[in-house]
Design a protein around this ligand. Structure first.
Ligand code: AMP
Ligand code: ZN
Length: 310
């Protein structure tokens, strides 16, 4: 990230951070300015938030969501945090502590909910009962309950820490496997839909993981260390690794892929075709019972059959 004697491209002060994709080096103060500008640009360009609009930020305890929370506060948005406790061992506890430490630093409210209370089952139980990949189950449950809690809280917008590396990794996977419907939905904003989905935004979409890491380092954000012990079956890291390789050989590739795609796209994706509401929870779905309710139904049935496994 650094070379001794580097000078900031903007102000010529000693620089700590180098970004080949911008052919630039920044000191801490200019890094802040540049990062805030990039997020502000994304928010305006994609109409993510009105000036000063309240927003709920999904806080995992990792560098991305902690940085996002701080940046939104700095830009004048009254941002509250929501952390879902996954309770998957020491990393989950470190994630909760990191989220709480960030809330104290910012002096902003953090809402903490246990996924096991919301779902009535642990992630592990849902995985066992449904014989599905751990990360797929965990991801579905997180998305569903982040949306649901945000709705219940009456906050209209949910922000997540997804950034350029997440978006380009996912795009590469979708391109390679011809998932055109997923590609068509590549957009950093999903609008609220009927009464069932809150508006979802990704204000870090113009920033790479290295830029966010630099910001977290410069501000010594209390990022949770370690990695999820449950993580199994996720393929996104492979595509992200491939993108990192391309980026190292051709700086700017990630921005070209993602921002170029958005420039050429017709606009935000159409809202989901009017489907039904889930007959169990009322969540919008194309089938009678939504994916999460079906997984939870199977988990209850599995519990009845395998009482000694718990
Ligand atoms: P991930 O899918 O783990 O890379 O996380 C992507 C984004 O989802 C993070 O930047 C957070 O905004 C949000 N997120 C992930 N895990 C949690 C959690 N346990 N509680 C709240 N938000 C989360
Ligand atoms: Zn449902």
């Amino acid at each position: 990230m650094t070379d001794p004697g580097m000078k900031c491209t903007r102000c010529k002060a000693p620089a700590r951070f180098r970004f080949p994709q911008h052919n630039a080096r920044f000191c801490d103060a200019c890094l802040d300015l540049v990062i805030h500008r990039q997020v502000d640009k994304a928010i305006r360009r994609f109409q993510m938030l009105e000036p000063g609009q309240p927003v709920l930020v999904a806080i995992s305890g990792g560098k991305d969501s902690l940085a996002l929370w701080r940046i939104l506060c700095e830009l004048g948005y009254p941002a509250q945090g929501l952390h879902l406790r996954l309770e998957l061992g020491p990393f989950s506890e470190a994630s909760l502590e990191a989220s709480q430490a960030m809330a104290r630093l910012l002096g902003r409210p953090l809402h903490v909910r246990r996924l096991a209370d919301l779902a009535g089952a642990t992630v592990q139980e849902v995985v066992w009962a449904n014989k599905r990949e751990f990360c797929a189950v965990c991801g579905s449950l997180k998305r569903y309950y982040l949306n649901r809690v945000c709705l219940e809280m009456g906050l209209p917008v949910l922000a997540t820490g997804h950034h350029l590396d997440d978006e380009t990794g996912r795009m590469l996977g979708n391109l390679l496997h011809g998932r055109q419907d997923h590609l068509d939905r590549t957009w950093p904003v999903l609008d609220a839909w009927q009464d069932g989905f809150v508006k979802k935004i990704k204000p870090l979409c113009r920033l790479g993981g290295d830029e966010i890491l630099a910001y977290a380092t410069a501000h010594q954000l209390p990022v949770a260390q370690g990695s999820c012990s449950g993580a199994k079956g996720a393929t996104l890291p492979y595509y992200q690794e491939a993108m990192r390789y391309l980026e190292s050989k051709m700086p700017g590739t990630k921005r070209d892929l993602y921002l170029g795609f958005l420039r050429r796209a017709a606009g935000p994706p159409a809202p989901p075709s009017p489907g039904a509401a889930c007959q169990v929870c009322g969540h919008p779905t194309h089938v009678g019972t939504c994916t999460v309710c079906r997984m939870l139904e199977r988990t209850r049935a599995w519990r009845g059959r395998a009482p000694r496994r718990r």
